[in-house]
Design a protein around this ligand. Structure first.
Ligand code: NAP
Length: 269
């Protein structure tokens, strides 16, 4: 299937590592002109070199997404350099475990890290997206649907991202702009590895994690998330808007009985 992404201008936030890196590379592989926005400058530089070696187009824009003037300048520069913007992927964020015992100021700071820049980027991309009749894909998290405990800020941000997906899809349909959300549950990325490393027995925690996922009893790969994002953003998904798509091996929605037979599996093995 030709995804018709050649020379489309794609902005990916948090594009240096983890899921964002996978998304940036998957678009570049399709012939898109990718702008990766991230604060990890050395990793961005390595990624851009890797893309050049493959014959792909990927340009790094080192910045902190909480810096509104830096984000505004980056979007201006992307439009000047590439002639427009076709797709925005809001991806940057991380589970920062800001729970009810934290202060209200720490809760607001978590929203700054996980939510506000999704709005900032959509705001600055909007004039270009109206011209291209483009698409936005927001990356959310299972915590928006399931909760997790101990992470009020992150869960609130991700719930709001689901809400904004519907709101922006409704708002922007008149301009032919599609807005969708891809919602992962368990994906091994640098963020996830840091979290697993804190467990008393990281290898056992990893095995236990795999067993909670009905399809294949394994975590979702970065590539599986990236491929869905690329398709959803492409013109081949031309009548898809306002959707929240869970790419999670059935983790969120399938019957709990499917994960309960861990003991049954052990017996028969
Ligand atoms: P990751 O491995 O930590 O990568 C995220 C990248 O974004 C990092 O390079 C990070 O830089 C950058 N970043 C974060 N905040 C930024 C900011 N304010 N300005 C500029 N760059 C920033 O995270 P990931 O696991 O790939 O997660 C990506 C998205 O998927 C997040 O929205 C996350 O909530 C969502 N998600 C992930 C999982 C999972 O299992 N991994 C599950 C559900 C949802 P630093 O390294 O400097 O922070």
């Amino acid at each position: 299937m030709d995804l018709e992404l050649k020379n489309k201008v794609v902005v990916v936030t948090g594009g240096a590592k983890g899921i964002g890196e996978g998304i940036a590379l998957a678009f570049a592989e399709e012939g898109a002109l990718v702008a990766a926005l991230d604060r990890d400058e050395p990793t961005l530089r390595r990624l851009a070199h890797r893309a050049v070696a493959e014959g792909w187009s990927l340009t790094g824009f080192p910045l902190d997404l909480r810096d509104e003037s830096a984000v505004s300048a980056a979007f201006g520069e992307i439009e000047r350099r590439f002639g427009g913007i076709d797709i925005l992927v809001n991806n940057a964020g991380g589970n920062d475990a800001v729970g009810l015992h934290h202060s209200p100021a720490e809760f607001v700071a978590s929203l700054e890290r996980n939510l506000v820049h999704y709005f900032t980027c959509a705001h600055f991309a909007l004039p270009a997206l109206k011209k291209s009749r483009g698409a936005i894909v927001n990356i959310s998290s299972k915590t928006a649907l399931t909760g997790q405990g101990g992470t009020s800020g992150y869960a609130a941000a991700k719930g709001a991202i689901n809400g904004l997906t519907r709101e922006w899809a409704a708002d922007l349909a008149q301009h032919g702009i599609r807005v969708n959300c891809v919602l992962p549950a368990e994906v091994i990325t640098p963020m996830y590895e840091q979290w697993l490393a804190k467990a008393p027995d990281p290898a056992a925690a990893r095995r236990q994690l795999d067993l909670t996922i009905p399809l294949g009893r394994r975590t979702t790969t970065i590539r599986e998330v990236a491929d869905l994002v690329v398709f959803v953003a492409s013109s081949r998904a031309s009548h898809l808007t306002g959707q929240i798509l869970c790419v999670d091996g059935g983790y969120i929605h399938l019957d709990r009985a499917l994960t309960a037979p861990v003991t049954h599996l052990k017996k028969s093995e």
